[in-house]
Design a binder for this molecule. Structure first.
Ligand code: PLP
Length: 387
């Protein structure tokens, strides 16, 4: 049987073949398998050189200094390290309680970390975004308090694809001396990122959303002005004490190569994905009762969230057997609750239950989009007819 067409790039991407090829050089007895922390022989030195090259490649995509990149196991860990790291530092070094500002449509890695901190003495203000999914800079400023330790907001929402004005918020927070953490897992490789002009202090990245391997990511930690975070994983003092654990050379090399490719392909890929998105939307143009969720103007092109009147997402997904798509976020789709993100932008339960996310990427073809459109039109019509 033919494999379903993959339209779930926001959940994960396949590893680019050139990335996989690079990674293989760092595994077997003939390869560079040494421990990058081994200082006494060439096996270690070579591995260390590969790790530092990857660090430079990741830094370059976001215009950071390589010394500002801390390796982690993925954006989930980066989010935890950034938020708990700032709050923990304030509490251990200065005995201060912390107030955090975030939003109700963040990734679970941020939402659940903030909830956990709420149960451990921190206070959290949960902002509601505008109905287009973007958090208004003014709302952030109004939420600030004397004891605000950190604002944590995502750049691109993983369910909606909309882009919040991080630069505007960053400028306001820098003026007021409040730290700013940004989850950019869905922004890297999809839109330009410049940590200097964004005035961001901490920024989370993941490899597997950018054609790199799963299980590896990074946290950007600003050096000037210097941001100090408390380690969450203790051990050998790797990564300048911020994150211990033997560095997985092959994973890091894979992330580095993937980020280098992302930088090279960025402009061209944005144009290509925009053309797929417009083909997709016009292909569905003959269907009535389709709602577009999230900002139409401020968005990355590869993520489209649509609600279909009169058809629930679960039945539609079952009907769309030849497409791999998701309802809500991948993590939330094990439950039948409507997506908290869609509810967070004020969608009623009814429409929230009717929404699907379609996400395209590097290996999506025009033929895939044409196929998807005719398949969706067929199934939606069939489901509406039997109501
Ligand atoms: C995928 C994703 C994460 C989690 O990244 P992992 O590397 O899978 O831990 C965090 N935030 C956002 C916005 C994501 O899309």
């Amino acid at each position: 049987m033919k494999k379903p067409v993959y339209l779930d790039y926001a959940a994960t991407t396949p590893v680019d073949p050139s990335v996989a090829m690079e990674m293989m050089k760092y595994l077997d007895p003939e390869g560079v398998f040494g421990n990058p922390a081994s200082r006494s022989h060439g096996y270690g030195w070579q591995a260390e050189a590969a790790v530092e090259n990857a660090r430079r490649q990741v830094a370059e995509l976001i215009h950071a200094d390589p010394r500002e990149i801390v390796w982690t196991s993925g954006a989930t860990e980066s989010d935890n390290l950034a938020i708990k790291g700032v709050v923990g530092q304030r509490s251990s070094a200065r005995g201060l309680k912390s107030h955090i500002v975030t939003s109700v449509i963040e990734h679970k890695a941020v939402v659940d970390t903030c909830k956990w901190l709420e149960n451990h003495g921190a206070e959290v203000t949960w902002l509601h975004p505008e109905s287009d999914g973007r958090v208004a800079p003014q709302a952030v400023v109004e939420a600030l308090r004397e004891d605000t330790a950190l604002v944590s907001l995502m750049m691109v929402n993983n369910e909606l694809g909309c882009v919040t004005d991080i630069a505007a918020i960053g400028a306001l927070l820098r003026e007021r001396g409040v730290l700013f953490h940004v989850d950019a897992a869905q922004a890297a490789g999809k839109s330009p990122i410049d940590v200097a002009s964004l005035n961001v202090d901490l920024l989370s990245l993941s490899a597997h959303k950018v054609y790199g391997p799963k299980g590896v990511g990074a946290l950007y930690v600003r050096r000037s002005p210097d941001v100090v975070i408390e380690a969450q994983i203790h051990g050998g003092g790797h990564e300048r004490g911020m994150r211990s654990g033997t560095l997985p050379t092959h994973q890091l090399v894979g992330m580095g190569k993937a980020f280098e490719l992302a930088g090279e392909c960025l402009e061209q890929e944005m144009v290509y994905l925009e053309s797929l998105r417009s083909a997709f939307l016009s292909g569905l143009g003959e269907l009535e009762g389709v709602h577009f969720n999230g900002s139409r103007e401020y968005r990355v092109p590869g993520i489209v969230n649509l609600a279909f009147e009169g058809v629930d997402a679960e039945s539609l997904m079952l009907g769309l057997r030849n497409l791999a798509v998701s309802s809500g976020s991948a993590c939330a789709s094990a439950t039948v609750e409507p997506s908290f993100v869609l509810r967070g932008i004020g969608l009623g339960d009814e429409l929230a239950h009717r929404a699907l996310r379609f996400s395209f990427g590097r290996y999506t073809s025009v033929t895939d989009i044409e196929f998807a459109c005719s398949h969706i039109v067929d199934v939606v019509r069939r489901l509406r007819a039997v109501r």
